[in-house]
Write a protein that binds this ligand. Structure first.
Ligand code: FAD
Length: 302
């Protein structure tokens, strides 16, 4: 059996595997797509100490760094079930069952897509999902935020300090964000809020130049010229496969303590699949390191 088995090969999983392997213990990592979300990221400017890099390049460096160590790397494999017996068993979709004394779950998350024409086409060409990451690219420009929940309204407040103008597009008749956030939003001079507005299309040529929406009350279609669209309709953790085996929040995020421990002894979690409040590369790498050290501590005590 493994001492530490990491499920997920994004920044948090890679970091967990390296920290575990450096303790000289038997370490494995299972990843559906080694690199995770960063494979879909173009420019990265907030990975501290690296002024600029690109997602696929960082993903390749992660894999190269993991392979410096004695780690069993199992790529293109999906975990589908976890069960604690004497050891912890992880069943893969291939049917194989891996056994380990500790497991670190780092299966990440995915941004929910709005699914309108132009979204996929202009991803990284004006369509963005992460205001902390891509906000500064839109300094002095006009942008829209799709979604009026907490994340959308937080994004709009954040972007209003950088962009020239922000339009919030909410499908429902009311914003769903907390009232303190709404008050802050409405106090800003360069924000327009459209409610009852259904996004129809993100338009552009080589990059985004506007957005069309349907006023759900009148049925009329309107078009706004702008340079950026932030889709903020939810980040979904990749934790369905765990069902009720361990404690998750109502959003499906795995609940962890300050050492990355979950509700199952010996099972740890890290990164975007957990209830960590902020989802960033540098944060997920830190939590991967924490979970690996937590798992090592657990091993020497049990
Ligand atoms: P992920 O990166 O999501 O990795 C999850 C891993 O688990 C993957 O290997 C996946 O294949 C695997 N996996 C999932 N389910 C299973 C399963 N059942 N079995 C086996 N493997 C599984 N952050 C920044 O700090 N700066 C940025 O500029 C930035 N830009 C971004 C741009 C975009 C378009 C996106 C989508 C995200 C961006 N982020 C950025 C956020 C950052 O990418 C994430 O916070 C980070 O990747 C989280 O790492 P993670 O390891 O927790 O999860």
């Amino acid at each position: 059996p493994y001492d530490v088995l990491v499920i997920g090969g994004g920044p948090s999983g890679a970091s967990a595997a390296i920290y575990a392997a450096r303790k000289g213990i038997r370490t494995g990592i299972v990843a559906e797509r080694f690199g995770g979300q960063i494979l879909d990221t173009l420019g990265i400017e907030n990975f501290i100490s690296v002024k600029y890099t690109e997602g696929p390049k960082l993903a390749a460096s992660l894999e190269e760094h993991v392979k410096e160590y004695n780690v069993d790397v199992m790529k293109a494999q999906r975990a589908k079930r976890l069960e604690k017996k004497e050891l912890i068993e992880v069943e893969l979709e291939s049917g194989a069952v891996l056994k380990s004394k500790t497991v670190i779950i780092s299966t990440g998350a995915r941004w929910r897509n709005i699914g309108v024409p132009g979204e996929a086409e202009f991803k990284n060409k004006g369509v963005a999902y992460c205001p902390h990451c891509d906000g500064p690219l839109f300094a002095g420009k006009d942008v829209a935020v799709i979604g009026g929940g907490n994340s959308g309204v937080e994004a709009a407040i954040d972007l209003a300090g950088i962009a020239k103008h922000v339009t919030v597009i909410e499908y429902a008749p009311e914003l769903k964000a907390d009232s303190v956030l709404q008050d802050r939003l409405y106090s800003l001079p360069n924000v327009t809020v459209l409610k009852n507005a259904q996004t129809k299309e993100i338009t552009g040529t080589d990059k985004v130049n506007g957005i069309s929406y349907i006023d759900r009350e009148s049925g009329e279609t309107h078009h706004i010229e702008l340079q950026g669209v932030f889709v903020q309709i939810g980040l979904v953790p990749n934790t369905d496969w765990l069902a009720d085996t361990l404690e998750r929040t109502r959003f499906g995020e795995i609940v962890v303590d300050s050492r990355g421990a979950t509700s199952i002894p010996g099972v740890f979690a890290a990164g975007d699949c957990t209830n960590s409040p902020y989802k960033q590369i540098i944060i997920s790498m830190g939590s991967g390191a924490t979970a690996a050290l937590g798992a090592f501590d657990y091993l020497i005590r049990n």
